[in-house]
Design a protein around this ligand. Sequence first.
Ligand code: BES
Ligand code: MN
Ligand code: ZN
Length: 486
Amino acid sequence: MQISFAETRPTGDYALVIPAMGGNRPALGDRSAALDGALRRQRFDGEAGGTAEHYLDDDGGRRLLLVGLGALGKPADSAEKLGGAIAAKLLTSGETHAVVDLTGLDFDADSAARVALAAVLRAWRHDRYRTKLKDKQKPTLATLTIVGAAAGAETRWTERWAPVAGGVELTRELVAEPANIIYPESFVARCRAAMAGLGIDIEVLGEAEMAKLGMGALLGVSQGSVRDAQLLVMRWNGGEPGATPLCLIGKGVTFDTGGISIKPAAGMESMKWDMGGAGAVAGAMKAIAGRKAKANVVGICGLVENMPDGNAQRPGDVVTSMSGQTIEVINTDAEGRLVLCDAITWAQAKVKPTTIIDLATLTGAMVVALGHEYGGMFANDEGLATQLTAAGKASGDALWRLPLGEAYDRLIDSPIADVKNVGPREGGSITAAMFLSRFVDEGVKWAHLDIAGMAWSDKPATTYDKGATGYGVRLLDQYVADVCEQ
Ligand code: BES
Ligand code: MN
Ligand code: ZN
């Protein structure tokens, strides 16, 4: 969808969108009795994101869409609800152009730009394989014009939020694509294409290179797959030359069958999005490079496919990780931590970061605990946890902190190796985090974000339709803006 900004409403054919501030008071000047009646019949009360429609007889039958802004407590929130409602209502409505008039609202430049952001995000769809879509199902809305925005809104859109939308879209595409299309090598190829010209340095390690480095935990997962595993490293150097970069690490299991500890058939197709952490890291890199963030950031994706096979690893196998620690693989379905531990060790050896944030669709237990409202956060540093919580609130990608601790760590001691890859059923997300913590070097600030409940949604929300959400991109972008660029 194209976004444009204008001082006054254009002429010609378009749907007019009028935000209604607080209660039932759309800023329409003299309202006709017919409009008042229409609003009453539609029970329009100005609730944030609520809508009502009317057709203006005296304006060629133009469609009028009223969108509530609620009590306007937080303009940025109302702004996103407004943008999201415009896209949700008009995307396939037959209208090709929508004009939203913000005149008289106290939206600052950022809030006005966020109307555009939310509309663009809410309009995203993945129709690539739908060859028989009926005309009525196809998107029509091609342009959104924002009228009466505060000075600086257009710059805010082009310089901050349009690049972020591009990053979210990359993540959603990677997450939505099926696993016969997106596997480790094609994940890398998609990222290369999507990041071309942005100034991101890309390095890729294949299985031979990883074997030389002793990454036996990651490679053990990949062993049953005909696809070559990849470690994708993306470097953005927008900050002080030589300054230590922030390290982002993503779990990129392009399909998780569970391996020999195979998952039940029902719902297994959802494991195509078990690369949601890696997808978020890739999208975040695109976003921060796209807006030329003044920060140094390295994004690392551990990309593998977890398959059962004659050559697959078995429950009980002992593998040696790059750190030298040996791991008893009790359950081949607890593969994400095996991928991440070697990626973390590689990052510490090569990048020597002071801060690592990893993102992973790591445990079903996380979904049981938090549902689909918060990503779970584990952190070994209070400051990092506070900053991430704040970035979560500001970006809408909410986080809730869970504990780490010695008693949980005892649950993954192995009788044959240094550690085992699963603990008991209870506290399953926490023991997964404890497993990762054993690979984090002394002095490194580290946060692990278990986003199993967030990468995919079965129902639409303000800024996404059902499907891939792009969770994590806005969170990481906000963290970089708030912490690394200050
Ligand atoms: N990718 C799954 C976790 C998952 C489950 C993500 C549901 C999203 C939705 C992960 O690899 C996994 O299989 N975890 C196991 C761990 C268990 C074997 C200790 C789980 O959660 O059941
Ligand atoms: Mn698994
Ligand atoms: Zn998995």
